[in-house]
Design a protein around this ligand. Structure first.
Ligand SMILES: [Zn+2]
Length: 328
């Protein structure tokens, strides 16, 4: 926290007639950065909370700073983001989630981190001047909530978790009616090439660059989705596997091995796609042959617009991925 920012806010508080005690509390609150997980959990315990009930689950919202973004807009944004998770997982994926909203300058959601070692908690930075447009377009909170839905795995396989969040987030928003399906494919067309192995890269467990971790991971989950749908004649997809993993683990307070996670997903879909793909891509750099995949799915970009080809062999699969699934 920059010092002049604190002084500005204290001045604002004086102008608004805040009490001396309020100012002291504000100064205290500002001295905590909430950088570490421990600070986040301490903050969650100490700060007042507001309960937002979603589909039988409790989201406890805590504002870290007295000078905060618009309260009602924050609550509406949290509800909307939760709706995406409910659409994808068939329920809100954890029984209780603490969200610590840390204020920043300006307009926009700035970044989030999800913790699981002492309950599911998300720290998210939100600009005090964030407007409706930024809240409506935000993907970060949904991304973090996907992390809360799935078990933690060993650090070397961070790509498993980041890939899940990158792949699932826009699909969940489409299924909840919050995003157009073309946006899922826009991000896939633009993003997936960033995850392809570069010269000298190892398998996904051995190369920890940003591209391989986020988009290489997302490519793994997209390919897994396509394999499950191919084998089951498009009756079920990755969503069935991830719902089962969420149900059994209870979310990110669980510590699982990747083998356990893949096996649970395979059991739910009656195959071995996840385990086979994981074994292949973990240790060896594997190109997805994206040009062929996107052609089969019938998606391309022309003059900055996503164009669908409904005669493509996997056009039905493409549609099924973003179609709302029945509740669990
Ligand atoms: Zn993430």
């Amino acid at each position: 926290m920059r010092r002049n920012d604190l002084i500005r806010r204290l001045t604002a508080a004086l102008l608004l007639g805040a009490s001396g005690a309020g100012i002291a509390q504000m100064a205290l609150a500002q001295s905590v950065s909430y950088e570490s997980g421990r600070e986040v959990y301490d903050g969650v315990k100490a700060l007042p909370s507001e309960r937002v009930e979603v589909a039988g689950a409790d989201i406890e919202v805590h504002f870290a700073d007295p000078a905060k973004p618009h309260h009602d807009a924050v609550v509406a944004w949290i509800r909307r983001s939760a709706a995406a998770l409910i659409a994808y997982f068939g329920r809100f994926p954890v029984a209780r989630l603490d969200i610590l909203v840390v204020s920043t300058d300006g307009d926009g959601v700035r970044g989030g981190t999800t913790f699981g070692f002492a309950g599911s908690a998300i720290r998210i930075h939100v600009g005090r001047d964030t407007g409706a447009k930024s809240f409506n377009e935000d993907w970060i909170l949904v991304h973090e909530m996907v992390h809360a839905a799935l078990p933690n795995v060993p650090r070397r396989s961070l790509w498993v978790q980041e890939g899940q969040a990158v792949y699932v987030e826009p699909i969940a928003r489409v299924q909840a009616g919050l995003l157009d399906p073309s946006e899922v494919w826009r991000w896939a067309l633009v993003g997936m090439p960033k995850g392809e192995p570069a010269e000298g890269d190892l398998g996904l467990d051995g190369t920890h660059t940003w591209g391989r971790t986020y988009w290489g991971g997302a490519g793994f989950w997209m390919l897994a989705d396509l394999r499950i749908r191919e084998r089951t004649h498009n009756q079920i997809g990755l969503q069935t596997a991830l719902r089962a993993i969420n149900h059994e683990s209870g979310g990110n307070t669980a510590e699982w091995s990747v083998e356990q996670l893949m096996a649970r997903g395979d059991a739910a879909t009656g195959g071995h796609d996840l385990t086979q793909l994981y074994t292949a891509m973990r240790d060896h750099p594997t190109s997805l042959d994206l040009a062929t995949l996107f052609e089969q799915l019938g998606v391309s970009m022309k003059a900055g617009q996503v164009v669908f080809d409904d005669r493509a062999p996997l056009a039905e699969v493409r549609r099924a991925i973003t179609t709302p699934a029945p509740g669990s």
